[in-house]
Write a protein that binds this ligand. Structure first.
Ligand code: GLU
Length: 423
């Protein structure tokens, strides 16, 4: 078997397109078949190199490798030859420079692998333009010629193409080609039941990548849009999904896109990453932010990553959570300042700094016992001090364990930040 993903490079690869690509890819790999990437760039005006590069890049990033690659813009001769054949056989006629296929009136039956039997009334299908007067093929004609010549056995694409299918079936018939099997995937709706659009959030794969989503997370979430890897099984790898994938089990009903669910799926994949891989993924981000330079202390960085790993929904969350480790000058939000640092804790902070100064080893345990001593000596409750200290050290009112955080910052910086707060 052989399938294809056939994007038009007139825009970026968006979530819907990526889901189509993924389902084709999973089907091919599950059946030990072939996966073709065919760029439908017959519209020379609207097709852009920039989009083509982005589509190829996003496919690679998602891990959807292909066995064959074609550009329709390099195949115009082939379309012309096939149009000529139909003219010679009297199945098509010319109108000016355009070539048009005669469509006989009759009923057309499609057996869709997901939606079952669909009957179209060809009364509604008019004669079809195959070649436009500017010499370029129409989408449907190029699509059929290519699907036939590339020996595509299954056409899996979005439901928005369902109305093109009977027209394309007529073209197959006219050319004397056997039509492939068709499967139309359910649409992806936004939470309000509308079509996914920029208005309701990011749509391009690149945008999600820039927001710090990981490829495994995106891929896992996309497969849930219309398919289920199994009961109580939502977090799966691509390899695992391929083992269970079946096109017949794809839902007919529209899938609803949920950002919250995507964030959750992504967080699970970040949690499952090895510390080494997660650190590798974060390094470019940290460099971009100037949080680390060309050379840096990798074991120290891995400690920071380990502390935050369980809290990240995206890679970018790490920047927001852990910035205080890398920044020389802390930025404390006005709101937190007012809430946690409005009461003068100079004496408490100084006592704490003095106790820390005495420690030869600055570990979570030694920092904690020094902290408890100070609280007892000053007869205050530890909760009086925990929040102000956290805000003073990290600029945030929430975070991982305070004493782990201190030991991560190191003795010197912890003391310095305590001393500077009320100075
Ligand atoms: N180029 C078409 C699109 O991007 C492909 C449709 C198809 O898969 O046949 O929508």
């Amino acid at each position: 078997m052989k399938v294809r993903f056939a994007p038009s490079p007139t825009g970026y690869l968006h979530i819907g397109g990526a889901r189509t690509a993924l389902f084709n890819w999973m089907y091919a790999r599950s059946q030990k078949g072939m996966f073709v990437l065919r760029i439908e760039d017959t519209d020379l005006e609207r097709s852009k190199k920039e989009y083509l590069d982005e589509i190829v890049d996003s496919m690679k990033w998602l891990g959807l490798s292909w066995d064959e690659f074609y550009l329709q813009s390099e195949r115009f001769d082939i379309y012309r030859q096939h149009a000529q054949k139909l003219l010679d056989e009297g199945k098509a006629y010319k109108d000016g420079e355009a070539v048009i296929l005669k469509i006989p009136a009759r009923e057309i039956k499609l057996y869709d692998l997901i939606r079952g039997e669909i009957v179209f009334d060809s009364e509604t299908i008019k004669d079809q333009v195959l070649m436009k007067s500017d010499g370029s093929p129409t989408y449907s004609f190029a699509c059929v010629v290519d699907d036939a010549l590339m020996e595509i056995t299954h056409v899996i694409r979005g439901e928005d193409h369902i109305s093109n299918t009977p027209k394309q079936m007529m073209i197959y018939e006219a050319l004397g080609f056997k039509a492939p099997k068709f499967a139309h995937l359910p649409l992806i709706m936004d939470a309000e039941g509308g079509r996914m659009s920029k208005r309701t959030g990011a749509v391009a794969v690149t945008e999600y990548r820039n927001l710090g989503f990981v490829a495994d997370g995106i891929v896992n979430y996309l497969m849930l849009l219309g398919w289920s890897p199994g009961p109580n099984q939502e977090i799966v790898s691509l390899e695992k999904a391929v083992q269970n994938f079946s096109i017949k089990k794809v839902n007919k009903a529209a899938a609803v896109f949920s950002m919250d669910k995507l964030l959750w799926v992504n967080s699970q994949h970040i949690k499952n990453m090895s510390l080494d891989r997660l650190t590798d993924s974060l390094i470019p981000l940290l460099r971009q932010k100037n949080f680390i330079g060309e050379s840096f202390d990798r074991p120290a960085l891995e400690k920071v990553v380990a502390l935050f790993k369980g809290r990240l929904s995206t890679l970018n969350d790490f920047i927001d959570w852990a910035d205080f480790v890398f920044l020389e000058q802390l930025v404390i939000r006005q709101e937190d300042k007012q809430k946690y640092l409005s009461q003068n804790r100079k004496k408490e902070f100084e006592t704490l700094a003095q106790e820390f100064e005495k420690l030869t080893e600055f570990t979570p345990q030694s920092a904690e016992s020094a902290f408890r001593d100070v609280v007892a000596r000053l007869s205050i409750s530890s909760s009086d001090l925990v929040h102000p200290v956290r805000v003073a050290l990290t600029g945030k009112s929430v975070g991982p364990g305070l004493f782990e955080t201190m030991s991560l910052l190191g003795k010197e910086r912890t003391i310095k930040r305590l001393q500077e707060t009320f100075s």
